[in-house]
Design a protein around this ligand. Structure first.
Ligand code: F6R
Length: 607
């Protein structure tokens, strides 16, 4: 992960670098640093922890240079301390890097034998020394950088700056994204266009293997074969304003509350509510011609895909393979030309999801993506993009992106059912009407906040929690467990309720809260039986159900959260909200950093 930025400007760049880094903090916040040229010499300020620490350092000890590079880190090699914070220097060279240099160990040994000593534990420092060694051998900074980069194996987006070169930054991309921004007498380099949005919206996206030579008035790009190439300039849609929390304590809370609105926008994009049809967007293929869907994604997006498997198979009778992208990319799944591969990603930059997409492309399979960031690499490399209209999601724990992903997938499942002749026009009409009710029900569920907040005080006292569900509530149970563990650091597991007796039931005792997600659906009774098994062993049950479900069970629970009765197709969307709120309030009671939990980053651009 990590975010990088470089600026050649006509004014002191340190505040601009920090501004850009604030927009990149979603990529990591273990440490941050900037370097500028002060009277032709490299100078840097670095700080462990979040950007505010770096801001304070710069306040105490400012930098005035008009060219600079900056970095916000998600640690891979070396602990998150100031010594390992970027930029890294070697004599006349400074570097910032996002990615992993896989042959760093071999390069380090070689450089050490050549007399170089290493100040940090990072893989990145080898880049600075390699370039420096090339400069010492008589090469110009640009030639030195280009030949050093040829030695690197692995994934990298990087920016290099040189002593006495106040109008030169060299960038390179192999894997993680990198964008160049064109200003008036200034030039910018950044991990994404959003980082550059305050300065310019004229963007050139570098392609994989590209190296870029930037001055204040020129951009020269070489491809992986060293050929000079032209890359188009585009107008970015990134907003120049930083999104704020409004009246909310945390972005996560704000984003949970935005769900009725963003689900509504998203559904309205895909569904024609007036006509009651699911074909509101043009598509380059018909599901009638598709024999299989392969969906892959990571984390929360994977759970959205997993829920969608039930919908596509049930409504459209379309077989779906659903995979965690880090597994899919290496499992060499055979794919027919009549398959469609779908990739679900909020950021559109997740390394494993992107690699899976590229695998499918290499197999000649048509590729669609469900993404929230429209300018992202995954979106740009897809044959068809299905946007989620969630708006910027800042909290590291995904909430509104998840329910918007579900909204897109549900709408596509209905469309697939219709195109494949598995439902009639009337049935399509009814499903579209039911989907249109999701925002209203989501709003009602938000009113349960007070009760959920009280329950979460109990959860904040425990160390382990089990989530159970069947059918679409099984992936939702896993999503609930993920949400809880990532922001409250409480260990949690999500299980298919029917699997309980095959092992996890051994965990149940009087200490163990078990959260059962059981709306009154076709297998409600089965889930309730599993709940009885928990109760018989003293487990403390928190039941999330609907009004019909609550009326049908007289079991003693620790708490029952009752959401409105909703149609089956929107149940996972609606039940996601109490699950998110439970995690959110538990984390608040635990006093953790809700929006930027430890060890995590919003966008995962390394394997
Ligand atoms: C969990 C969470 C992560 C992401 C995962 C994929 O709350 O946010 O599990 O869902 O890292 O990220 P995207 O959707 O950007 O590909």
């Amino acid at each position: 992960m990590c975010g990088i930025v470089g600026i050649i400007g006509g004014e002191p760049v340190a505040p601009l670098l920090v501004d850009a880094l604030k927009r990149l903090e979603y990529r990591g916040y273990d440490s941050a640093g900037v370097a500028t040229l002060e009277d032709g010499l490299l100078a840097r300020r670095r700080a462990e922890g979040k950007l505010v620490n770096l801001e304070q350092r710069l306040k105490d000890d400012p930098l005035d240079g008009k060219i600079g590079i900056g970095h916000t880190r998600w640690a891979t090699h070396g602990v998150p301390n100031e010594t390992n914070a970027h930029p890294h220097f070697s004599d006349d060279v400074a570097v910032v890097h996002n990615g992993i240099i896989e042959n760093f160990s071999e390069l380090r040994t070689e450089l050490k034998a050549d007399g170089y000593s290493f100040a940090s534990q990072t893989d990145t420092e080898v880049i600075a020394h390699l370039v420096s060694r090339e400069i010492k051998s008589g090469k110009s900074p640009v030639d030195a950088a280009l030949s050093a980069i040829r030695r690197l194996e692995g994934a990298y987006a990087l920016a290099l700056m040189f002593t006495q070169e106040d109008d030169l930054i060299v960038g390179a991309r192999n894997g993680p994204p990198l964008a160049v921004g064109h200003g008036e007498g200034s030039m910018y380099l950044g991990s994404d266009a959003i980082a550059l949005a305050p300065f310019t919206n004229v963007i050139t996206y570098l392609e994989d293997g590209d190296r870029a030579v930037l001055t204040s008035s020129s951009l020269v790009i070489y491809d992986a074969d060293g050929q000079m190439v032209e890359r188009a300039q585009q107008k970015s849609v990134g907003t120049a304003f930083l999104v704020d929390k409004g009246n909310h304590r945390h972005f996560m809370e704000k984003e949970i509350h935005e769900q009725p609105e963003v689900i509504s926008h998203t559904l309205a994009h895909y569904l024609d509510f007036a006509a009651g049809t699911s074909n509101a967007i043009d598509m380059p293929f018909s599901f009638a011609d598709v024999d299989r869907l392969a969906i892959s994604a990571c984390g929360t997006a994977y759970y959205a895909a997993h829920i969608a498997k039930y919908w596509f198979e049930r409504f459209a009778r379309l077989p779906v393979d659903v995979d965690i992208a880090s597994e899919f990319r290496y499992r060499e799944m055979p794919l027919s030309k009549d398959s469609i591969a779908l990739f679900v990603s909020q950021s559109g930059e997740t390394a494993d999801t992107l690699a899976s997409l590229r695998y499918c492309r290499s197999q000649g399979v048509r590729v669609g993506s469900i993404v929230n960031v429209r300018d992202s690499t995954i979106a740009r490399e897809s044959d068809v993009v299905f946007p989620t209209l969630a708006g910027p999601e800042i909290g590291v724990a995904s909430t509104k992106a998840f329910t918007c992903q579900l909204s897109v997938l549900a709408a596509l499942a209905v469309r697939a059912a219709r195109e494949r002749g598995k439902i009639t026009a009337e049935e399509e009409n009814q499903l579209v009407r039911q989907l249109s009710e999701a925002p209203r029900f989501a709003n009602q569920v938000l009113k349960l906040e007070e009760q959920i907040e009280k329950i979460s005080r109990e959860l904040a006292q425990v160390r382990h929690v089990l989530y159970l569900g069947r059918d679409t509530n099984f992936p939702l149970a896993m999503e609930g467990a993920l949400k809880l563990k990532e922001i409250s650091y409480i260990h949690a597991e999500g299980y298919a309720a029917g699997e309980l007796k095959h092992g996890p039931i051994a965990l149940i005792d009087e200490q163990m809260p078990v959260i059962v997600i059981a709306p009154f659906d076709r297998i409600f009774e089965k889930t309730i039986s599993n709940m009885q098994e928990v109760a018989a062993r003293g487990g403390r049950i928190i039941l999330i159900t609907d009004e019909r479900g609550a009326a049908k069970t007289d079991m003693d629970t620790l708490e029952t959260i009752v959401v409105p009765d909703v149609p089956e197709i929107i149940a996972p969307i609606i039940h996601a909200l109490p699950v998110q709120l439970l995690a959110y309030f538990t984390a608040v009671h635990m006093g953790t950093d809700v929006d930027q939990p430890r060890n995590l980053a919003k966008s995962v651009t390394v394997e």
